[in-house]
Design a protein around this ligand. Sequence first.
Ligand code: UDP
Ligand code: MG
Length: 340
Amino acid sequence: ASHESTHESSHEVQQLSSASGHLQVPYLVIVVPCYNESAVIEGTTHVLVHKIHELISSRKVSEHSAILYVDDGSRDDTWEKVGALRGIYGDVINGVKFAHNRGHQNAVYAGMMEAYENGCDCIVSMDADLQDDPQAIDEMIEKYCEGAQIVYGVRNNRDTDTVFKRETARAFYATMTWLGTNTIANHADFRLMGRGALEALSQYHESNLFLRGIVPDLGFKTERVYYKRAERQAGESKYPLGKMIKFALEGITSFSVKPIRFIMLVGAAAFVISMLMLVYIFVSVLRGHAVSGWGSIMASMWLLGGAILMALGIVGEYVGKIYLEVKHRPRYIIEERLGM
Ligand code: UDP
Ligand code: MG
């Protein structure tokens, strides 16, 4: 897609002669998922518009570059505010509104696909609360111009998170690594993706989306940019404990069948142990000991009962997932669009 106007041709020549391989400055779309973000959206817009203007005037991105808000079915006046902000700042503000709350991952995905269809060269996805440092975008664009298709924003510390969030997150990433899934530790969904990577991503049709697992799976040349994660500007976290657990389970069961194998191992071990027990009982009966083995029976009953229930739960998780996938329902429904 050509987004260069003729008066910038001298710049094009300069870019042509550079070793970057990119013939023109990229058309960037910043994708921002928003769920009940009325309290922060004005401040965020102010900062991001400023950032985009700065990038445009330093010729790092094309002048069409824009912000795309994805309103994830907010129940407050987030969407009205997006409209009002477009009134103030103009075409740089765009929006997509979901008919329902479909979750952060779907919102990010929808924004990326919308930008892709709109002919963008690259996107940067970031949170609405400015916890992801907009200053890191410069470096992301640089890496992109040097040929990276995916640039991860990685936090170099989590001082601003609560101890609980930090520890649960650490346990989560450790589990993912142990399960053999390729996730980038301390990378939330703050990342740049080029058109090639977006196209590859559009081929993934699973309705249970876990971008932090899928994106590293795409391949391509990737880079990292380190940044300091700030406090949420205003409002409260839209990721309460319940959603965090759901997210973690999604991640684990979307990418690994190891839990099922683990069940098989537990089952096999239980089988061996019960066989040994049978031998022991048989021998004691032969020796004439009328063992009143109430304790061991109860213990093994509970043990096995527990193991079976756990196994059923894990199998159920996968069956449920299959159920959701085969229904092939749309990931989200777009109710309204603004711009783009
Ligand atoms: N978000 C969303 N849908 C949801 C929950 C969150 O689009 O169902 C957005 C939210 O508006 C924000 C981003 O996802 O832009 C991250 O959420 P939040 O900052 O509340 O999470 P935390 O930083 O506490 O993990
Ligand atoms: Mg946040």
